[in-house]
Ligand binder design. Sequence first.
Ligand code: NDP
Length: 240
Amino acid sequence: MTRVALVTGGTRGIGEAICTTLQAKGYVVIANYAGNDQAAQEFTERTGIPTAKFDVSDFDAVQTAIAGIESEYGAIDVLVNNAGITRDGTMHRMSFDKWDAVIQTNLASCFNTCKAVIDGMRERNFGRIINVGSVNGQAGQYGQVNYAAAKSGIHGFTKALALENAAKGITVNAIAPGYVDTDMVRAVPEDVLVKIIRTIPVGRLGRPEDIANSVAFLVDDESSFITGSTLSINGGQHMY
Ligand code: NDP
């Protein structure tokens, strides 16, 4: 049976690796993105994977877009909530807009997308949902009250949703990546990044594939007894 997977924020970084890994395993994959049309077009040229442009923080837009995806590609069996942003700054310098953008994009988005797929998954008695958290949601991080709160919220959201749907063949898990070599991390100043790498026992940044392989494992039909868990993938940086 061919499974259909929607990966939010799937056109770049970790999301792209998740998309191509699932594609290689035979899934029909659709990659969502927000606004970077050029990156999305290059992604489709590289991978052949179709894209769907919508803002995961916009509840109504998500309901409409996911209904459209399901009528075109079939019911979504696998949802990977990967889209995320950072708007860093210490609390005394953080505007409400930075707080709100990160909470809406990283956390409220999980409600928006899950709301659109959960009834169908329950009817079909099958579903796999992965929410992408972060080591900084587990451990906190200087200059990231917004991001740490959103990512920490994801871990609670995951457990509650897992409980509600465990009897319906739906698993809901979170992953908590450490620092992974993507555009998001390349935006961190070089001197700060050098210090961060010193705190990673494995001695390097993660690769997007390191994260994607774990997602592929968790969404597999065979992984039906793993739900409500958070898998840390951080090179030993934080053992939670
Ligand atoms: P990137 O910045 O490389 O890519 C982000 C992706 O998310 C892009 O496809 C982007 O689309 C999309 N996106 C952003 N905002 C929205 C939105 N409102 N609606 C729809 N799509 C959106 O991110 P990473 O690959 O680095 O990170 C992926 C996830 O992993 C995030 O949730 C991040 O918080 C998490 N994470 C990353 C870590 C890292 O070290 N990189 C560590 C721990 C967690 P577009 O191209 O259109 O902007």
